[in-house]
Design a protein around this ligand. Structure first.
Ligand code: NAD
Length: 459
């Protein structure tokens, strides 16, 4: 006879994916244990999304103060008070952390503090305690990767350290022109630094539509952010306050800080996953589309599942797994329908297929695109921003991708994701009225153009 497990679900890791599974599970009446070695909220709340966005807001304020005169407001920029930037950032994190802890308690989730080690598909060892559950959700998240031979120490840092330094680099080198690299390059430039980005691929934001990359590169050039694309970092050395980077093209760069932003790896080593027979690939847990690992009763969510490493994907994973455990049948997530935002200035927002991906998937002749420039948008002019909205549709068919660049366009991704995920036809969206004057109108205008009846655009 086997003993009844203490819990319906044991969740290992209280980041975005794990705590979402725990909260939704409890909401559905399941008895849930949530195991966390550090703080509830994980990377997103403590070392990722939230603190970086707080700092990017400080950066935006710095730019606004510098440019206040342009808008008729007298203000002088007296510099960056990094202690106060940190205090503001930490205040936001602390309030959200407190709220989240309250939610976990009020939903009746049992929070178990400590490092968990999986010892069977139904049990996790936490110190002297064995936590047993009918289902196990692996949600151990990810960590910043470095390059072989590049040690993270001193002035060579990942986003973990870069967030916490109490000084503003004057001449940082940013290794990687992906999401983290672009956000830090943007914020340090706003703090007054001369930034150089080194990206191995041929363009900044290489996962985005080519048109976005090209326009972003122009915008960064205007902001004085330097970059080298198609260049790999081959060596890094640190001497006193100077970090020297040698590049694959023979070039050398010197700076006072190096941010290594070359991607994040799954945090799955040494926690017992392989030992219980979970199938893995390069540290990622392999699952079916419903997030079941190959071992019965074991599920995986968030950054340890191959695909986009985004907090909102983790939330969606966690919710879906809890619902499946409770006997509901949410549909599997469609990865290309997940909205993506990079919070540099100007912001990038996108959902669905890039033009190149749509051509590859559907054939070049089957794809039609239109770009609407924010120069024609009243609110964009008020915000003094530049950028565009690009639509990718199948000829005679639905919209399969939307790509936006410009100040605050991250806030427009909500409409974009409805259009792409509901497989809207341009003719349908063109009928919808967009409030004037908003930047959202640029989406409306792009659809009017695609429907063959542009209003504020040259034919
Ligand atoms: P990334 O994959 O977005 O970018 C890494 C970049 O580094 C790539 O463009 C790659 O070509 C480049 N690179 C790798 N090796 C190199 C080398 N030797 N020399 C030069 N360039 C090199 O990864 P990231 O920016 O580190 O972000 C990690 C993860 O965190 C991503 O999945 C990202 O989506 C996520 N994240 C998301 C947000 C957001 O949603 N706003 C913010 C931060 C991080």
């Amino acid at each position: 006879m086997t003993a009844t497990p203490q819990y319906d679900v044991v969740v290992l890791g209280a980041g975005s994916g794990g705590y979402a599974a725990a909260l939704r599970g409890a909401q559905l009446g399941l008895k849930v244990a949530l195991i966390e070695a550090d703080k509830v909220g994980g990377t997103c709340l403590h070392r990722g999304c939230i603190p970086t966005k707080a700092m990017l807001h400080s950066a935006e304020v710095a730019d606004q103060v510098r440019e206040a005169g342009k808008f008729g407001i007298g203000a002088t920029f007296d510099g960056i008070d990094m202690a106060q930037v940190g205090a503001f950032r930490q205040g936001v994190v602390d309030r959200l952390h407190k709220g989240l802890q309250g939610l976990v308690t009020s939903r009746g989730v049992t929070l178990i503090r400590g490092h968990g080690h999986v010892v069977s598909p139904a049990a996790v060892q936490v110190g002297p305690d064995l936590v047993e559950g009918a289902n196990l959700v692996l949600a151990t998240g990810s960590h910043a990767r470095s390059l072989p031979g590049v040690a993270i120490a001193g002035r060579v840092m990942t986003s973990d350290q870069a967030l916490r330094i109490d000084w503003a680099p004057r001449q940082p080198i940013v290794l990687g022109g992906g999401v983290i690299g672009l956000e830090f390059a943007s914020l340090w430039a706003s703090f007054g630094a001369r930034v150089t980005i080194v990206e191995a691929l041929e363009r900044l934001a290489p996962n985005e539509d080519v048109a976005i990359s090209k326009a972003l590169e122009r915008a960064f050039r205007r902001r004085g952010i330097a970059f080298k694309v198609g260049a790999r970092v081959e060596g890094v050395s640190e001497d006193g306050d100077v970090v020297t980077v040698t590049l694959s093209d023979g070039g050398r760069l010197e700076g006072d800080a190096l941010l290594v932003a070359v991607g994040r790896g799954p945090s799955t080593a040494g926690v017992g996953f392989e030992e219980i027979g979970v199938q893995m690939d390069r540290g990622f847990v392999l699952t079916d589309p419903e997030l079941r690992a190959n071992v019965p009763g074991v599920w995986a969510v968030g950054d340890i599942v191959p695909g986009l490493q985004l907090a909102h994907r983790g939330f969606a994973h966690g919710i879906a797994v809890a619902e499946r455990v409770a006997g509901l049948r949410p549909p599997p997530l469609i990865e290309s329908g997940i909205p993506r935002v990079t919070y540099c200035d100007p912001e990038i927002a996108s959902v669905g297929l890039t033009e190149a991906a749509a051509r590859a998937e559907h054939g070049a002749a089957a794809v039609e695109t239109v770009e609407y420039n924010l120069a024609g948008n009243g609110k964009s002019q008020v915000l003094a921003t530049q950028g565009f909205v690009k639509l990718v549709r199948l000829v005679g068919g639905p919209v399969v991708g939307m790509h936006l660049l410009g100040a605050r366009v991250g806030e427009l991704v909500g409409e974009a994701q409805l259009i792409v995920n509901w497989e809207a036809y341009p003719e349908d969206v063109a009928e919808l009225i967009h409030a004037h004057p908003t930047q959202d109108e640029a989406i409306g205008e792009a659809f009017l153009a695609l429907a063959g009846k542009p209003l504020h655009a040259h034919a």
